[in-house]
Design a protein. Structure first.
Length: 442
């Protein structure tokens, strides 16, 4: 259809009409005879194959759109609109704001504030106005007499996509960032991690997605994409046009979030989708933005004195330090933190407890002004501060994902081999009793 659209020169109108023989759910009647030659009918909803008409339109406010109309009861109508095109046509073009497109999105804009204002102003009245205008201009299943008797179509949200796009000034770094994000967030599809993204708590009664909880990485050619599902909805993240990172939440059933399908709930569902996108980016930013400066790294390797008390250093590679920081990253999402019963004065920015093992471990190796704090006096507990969590992520990622897997490459060849194989190779041939004698040549 893109070729037909390219040849269309009008401001608005029908670009092309397509016909397809497709299945839909409709009513079927089954005749049965009762006593005394009475004839009765039973009705049911079953799949039927009928003709559907696709009206590809060019609208003055929405740009490209299409309406799909079924030709049999209950005459279903499907409307597909793109909010990016509405922003381009309705707001930016009419306000004479310069912009560059990125597929159906936007690459650059001379007035970002006006762009964001236009995106936020899209509401259900704009969608309803488009539907009302074209339903009276196209051939419609309902006659004027039917409409006068209040038999007409009502819009409902079948699928809603909410996206956010981050354009990189240097696309190669954006691609490297996204590939690193994929490798470090393969566990986001688990039920405990999905609950961090979507606003509803997952219980045993929560229906799982169609194919179960999982994280999918789908590669189309050389373009990878990250997919996370929850109930009937899912989150997709991919690198668009080699220029921008797009995060998109698709809501396929508003009832999963206790909203009906009425178009009036468009604003609420859009806020929900934006929250999911923002939460996913926060999780990824937290795992990526944990680089420490040289001064901060040097300060962690040396003991310090705080309030007249010596605080031990966080030496990288120390088994006790690495175990504590890895535990801190694994359980930092607990809303009440690490409980403690008897708090004592803080040392090195960490409140100590004598009865909690993790609290006692966090006391000694924590550097100044980081690690944890206690804010609830009735139930004192330890909560990781922003800087302390940053240190924990940096140490854990550096050790688990870089140093430990690649440590054999830093050793000599003989030391990198397994011990049984190294002992066999290093043993002299004469001292090896299991060596078989060589056979004479034939």
């Amino acid at each position: 259809m893109a070729d037909y659209r390219a040849r269309f020169r009008g401001r608005e109108g029908v670009v092309v009409i397509g016909v397809a023989h497709e299945k839909m759910r409709s009513f079927k009647a089954h005749k049965r005879c009762g006593r005394a030659t009475k004839i009765m009918f039973d009705f049911s909803r079953q799949p039927v194959a009928i003709n559907h008409y696709y009206f590809y339109l060019q609208d003055r406010d929405w740009g490209p759109a299409f309406l799909k109309i079924g030709t049999y009861l209950p005459y279903p109508v499907k409307l597909c609109l793109n909010g990016h095109e509405w922003v381009k046509q309705q707001r930016l073009t009419r306000a004479h704001v310069r912009f560059a497109t990125l597929d159906n999105g936007l690459l650059t804009c001379a007035n970002p504030v006006a762009l964001q204002t236009a995106c936020d102003s899209l509401g259900p009245t704009d969608v309803q106005a488009f539907f009302d205008r074209w339903s009276y201009r196209l051939p419609w299943p309902m006659t004027p007499r039917d409409r006068a008797a209040c038999y007409d179509h009502r819009l409902a949200i079948c699928q809603l996509e909410v996206s956010v796009t981050h354009v990189f000034d240097r696309p190669v770094y954006g691609r490297h960032f996204f590939e690193a994000v994929i490798g470090e967030n393969l566990d986001l599809g688990r039920p405990d991690r999905v609950g961090l993204l979507f606003p509803l708590r997952i219980t045993r009664a929560t229906p799982p997605p169609a194919w179960g909880y999982r994280t999918r990485v789908i590669t189309d050619g050389v373009q990878p994409s990250l997919h996370i599902a929850d109930k009937s909805s899912h989150v997709k993240q991919y690198f668009k046009e080699q220029r921008a990172l797009r995060t998109k939440t698709t809501i396929n059933n508003p009832k999963d979030f206790y909203f009906n399908k009425g178009v009036d709930n468009l604003a609420h569902l859009r806020d929900l989708g934006q929250g999911v996108n923002r939460k996913l980016l926060e999780v990824e930013r937290l795992s990526q933005h944990c680089v420490l400066t040289q001064d901060a790294l040097d300060r962690l390797q040396q003991p310090t004195v705080e309030a007249g008390q010596r605080v031990s250093a966080l030496r990288f590679g120390d088994p006790r330090v690495m175990a504590i920081l890895q535990a801190l990253t694994a359980f930092t999402h607990l809303p009440r933190g690490f409980p403690q019963r008897r708090p004592s004065p803080a040392r090195g920015g960490v409140t100590r407890t004598r009865l909690s093992p993790i609290a006692d471990d966090l006391r000694s190796p924590a550097p100044p002004a980081q690690g944890a704090d206690s804010s609830d006096r009735r139930h004192p507990s330890l909560h990781a501060t922003t800087y302390g969590l940053k240190v924990a992520f940096f140490y854990s990622k550096l050790y688990l994902r870089l140093l430990r897997p690649n440590w054999p490459a830093l050793l000599p060849v003989d030391d990198a081999l397994p011990r049984p194989l190294r002992s066999i190779i290093s043993t002299p041939k004469s001292a090896n009793p299991t060596r078989r004698p060589s056979l004479p040549p034939e």
